[in-house]
Design a binder for this molecule. Structure first.
Ligand code: MOS
Length: 723
């Protein structure tokens, strides 16, 4: 075991001294062929003899008490084996972030579309049909549906100095209110689980992001020991937060398998995923900026109201990056939480910044116009030296470089904004920019690396690859450290029988689990040095050959037919607490706004990002492209629409909930500005997964203003709002 609790910046740089050039190389994903040929097996595709199919039945009410279910009709239908209604199954989707995450059984029905029963049949069609023949009896009750009218409580706040006074004294000020609508994770693969019970042990093929937590949650929900639960999730068709915690399909399939002693598969319909799995809360935000005559911020205010179900802990952390992105000695940041009966709100794609940075960036654009300076220049003038409200330095921060390099690559014309300067046919053309920021997080992780007698290596962890490129980067880290081609390294993931990794979430997967692999390899290098009787580090390991002062030997000879194994154990320590660690970026967008219809098309976009060490230039770029694509949806089309009368979600499929499609996404340019951050993680990498969608929608909003003169304060900026 090579353990590191990172209490200080870790300045080791073994990765560089091995000189392989494997880390950072834009290598393709090793599993890509499996995926594009359909050979990669996803949760719902596993076969088991005698597997039954389960379909969740949901209730059309936002609040129901005294529920009884008459299943006599359904049970008499062909192929139906059981109707199971168990409170454990109807519970909420957990957040999955706490070690002992308690699974909450539902005491009452509290949102529209909540699953209340599982119908199990020999075929999917039989189960689906029978689910429609359940008869529900319940007392429907009214419940608060409108966040605007609901009771609120304060979740988080920071006050420093006197913002009101700063606003009154300011040479220039902006005070503006925004709204953003709810978002769905909208992962391509719906939530699915296939459970098998052998009388003592439960095996579940599922689509999950955080296996070591998910295992605890499932054990907890079912009253099992965690050793009795085996989860497998080697391929995940997107998560975006929606699979951080276990959901009803996992619990329902498991309960049914245990009760019926046959394998049971439960796949949520697309509508059920939308109605049941967590949402990003809608937000109401007020941004206040006070500045002197030169545009230097003297006051900064960001207050937001979000919503969640009664009793739920999570509050969309809208103000998270406002804590440190810009200066301003008088500060007021506040987050309020309203209690409404919509499906639970949780982590969806960069929780907080994905909706919190863009509004600040719109306000900054307005301030630049008032001061009469270029918007890039305004940002540069307001980058704080140290964390503005806590006494700590930034670990690394390429914000200014991202702003400058991004502007250069985009061909940004430095000037104050002047709407309607360019018209092409019936389209107004404009450009806009925004800064980007996303907090950095790390999570405890273990990984095992084995040098095989044939000179190849095996990397193992219960870590997941949710489409992010984990298989690729973990192989690269091991390749770099062990002097092997990534082709000689096999990476096995997504199995709770393997050492517990970090899971994929909060952009912490690569820095955390990557560091565990790094530490394991470092342990192996020490072991090799011991075998040679030389000091650790006194050798090179390249192309399967060990060379030291006085000799060389092939790795195969050195291993002498015996495998060598090490477990790397990374634990976050004080290093990420004592410094402000965050990823930064800048976005530049060009849009065309139709002067008659108000339709906005993004014509091009450039993003420049500082993400610490780049582990794979191709997969890192893809993460940024994905984020920027979400910016387009966030800015222009994505919105969960709830019926104000009965509270049901109206648009619960991909035809009605509009994520960007190919036609909506132009060429996107990504610049990765290499930096090393020894405080962020032992491998000097910061988070990349979510940064690409933190602020970019603001660049699009500002470009709309520059094109046609419309300041739109309500997201998404659909044609009716732009006109
Ligand atoms: Mo993320 S929204 O923590 O998958």
């Amino acid at each position: 075991m090579n353990h590191c609790k990172q209490d200080a910046p870790d300045e080791r740089n073994v990765l560089d001294t091995t000189g392989q050039g494997v880390i950072g190389a834009p290598l393709p994903r090793p599993e890509s062929l499996l995926k594009v040929t359909g050979a990669a097996t996803y949760a719902s595709e596993y076969e088991a003899e005698g597997c039954l199919e389960g379909v969740l039945a949901t209730l059309p009410a936002v609040r129901a008490r005294n529920l009884t279910i008459d299943d006599s009709k359904a049970m008499a239908m062909p192929g139906v084996v059981a109707v199971i209604s168990d409170k454990r199954m109807t519970g909420r989707a957990a957040q999955g972030m706490a070690d002992e995450a308690p699974f909450q059984p539902a005491q009452e029905v509290c949102y529209w579309g909540q699953p209340v029963a599982l119908v199990v049949a020999e075929t999917f069609e039989q189960a689906r049909d029978a689910a429609k023949h359940l008869v529900f009896d319940y007392d429907a009750e009214d419940a608060p549906l409108d966040p605007e009218a609901a009771e609120t409580e304060t979740d988080d706040s920071t006050t420093q100095g006197d913002l009101a006074h700063a606003m009154a004294e300011a040479a220039h000020s902006v005070d503006v209110t925004f709204t953003t609508e709810g978002h769905a994770s909208a992962a391509m693969e719906p939530h699915a689980a296939m459970a098998q019970w052998d009388g003592n042990k439960l095996t579940v093929h599922a689509s999950l992001q955080m296996l070591k937590f998910n295992r605890n949650e499932l054990a907890d929900a079912l009253g099992l020991e965690k050793e009795q639960v085996h989860l497998l999730s080697p391929f995940v068709g997107g998560g975006f937060g929606s699979k951080l915690g276990i959901s009803q399909e996992c619990v329902a399939a498991s309960l049914a398998a245990m009760q019926l002693e046959r394998p049971v598969r439960v796949v949520m319909s697309r509508q059920q995923v939308f109605q049941t799995i967590m949402r990003r809360s809608e937000t109401h935000q007020r941004v206040r900026l006070a500045a002197d005559a030169e545009g230097k911020l003297t006051g900064f205010g960001h207050e937001a109201r979000v919503s969640n179900l009664p009793g739920e802990d999570f509050a969309e952390p809208v103000i998270q990056s406002s804590e440190f992105l810009y200066a301003g000695e008088n500060r007021l940041l506040r987050l309020d939480l309203a209690r409404v009966h919509r499906m639970t709100a949780g982590s969806v794609r960069a929780p907080g910044e994905a909706v919190g940075v863009q509004t600040v960036e719109q306000a900054m654009d307005m301030l630049a116009e008032k001061v009469g300076i270029d918007p890039v220049e305004l940002r540069l003038r307001n980058i704080p030296e140290t964390h503005p409200s806590e006494d700590k330095p930034f670990s690394s921060r390429k914000l200014a470089e991202c702003l400058r390099e991004g502007a250069k690559a985009f061909g940004w014309e430095a000037r104050p904004r002047a709407p309607r300067h360019t018209c092409e046919g019936e389209w107004w053309i404009g450009t806009g920019m925004a800064s980007g920021a996303r907090v950095h997080a790390v999570e405890e992780a273990k990984a095992r690396v084995t040098l095989q007698p044939d000179g190849t290596a095996l990397v193992e962890s219960d870590m997941t690859d949710i489409g992010t490129g984990t298989y690729a980067i973990l192989g690269q880290i091991a390749g770099e450290m062990l002097g092997l081609s990534p082709d000689d390294i096999e990476v096995r993931l997504g199995d709770t029988d393997l050492p517990p990794g970090s899971g994929s979430g909060g952009s912490f997967g690569a820095p955390s689990c990557g560091s565990a692999v790094f530490l394991a390899c470092e342990g192996l290098r020490d072991d090799l040095a011991k075998r040679l009787g030389i000091a650790a580090g006194d050798f090179t390991l390249k192309d399967g050959t060990v060379k030291w002062d006085g000799g060389e030997k092939s790795l195969v000879d050195l291993l002498d037919s015996k495998p060598l194994e090490q477990v790397g154990h990374f634990e976050p320590g004080k290093s990420t607490e004592e410094m402000a660690v965050s990823s930064f970026g800048a976005f530049f967008a060009e849009v065309a706004v139709n002067r008659w219809t108000g339709e906005t098309r993004v014509r091009r976009m450039t993003g420049a990002f500082g993400i610490g060490r780049v582990l794979n230039a191709r997969t890192a770029r893809s993460q940024c492209l994905g984020g920027m694509t979400w910016c387009i949806g966030n800015a222009l089309t994505e919105s969960l629409l709830f019926d104000p009368v009965d509270g049901h979600l109206v648009n619960c499929d991909l035809a009605e909930y509009h994520v960007p499609v190919h036609r909506d996404v132009p060429d996107l340019e990504v610049l990765l500005l290499e930096e090393r951050d020894a405080a962020a993680s032992p491998i000097q990498a910061k988070g990349v997964g979510e940064l690409g969608l933190c602020g970019g929608a603001g660049a699009i909003a500002n470009a709309i203003y520059d094109a046609c003169g419309a300041r739109v304060f309500a997201y998404p900026m659909s044609p009716d709002k732009v006109l």
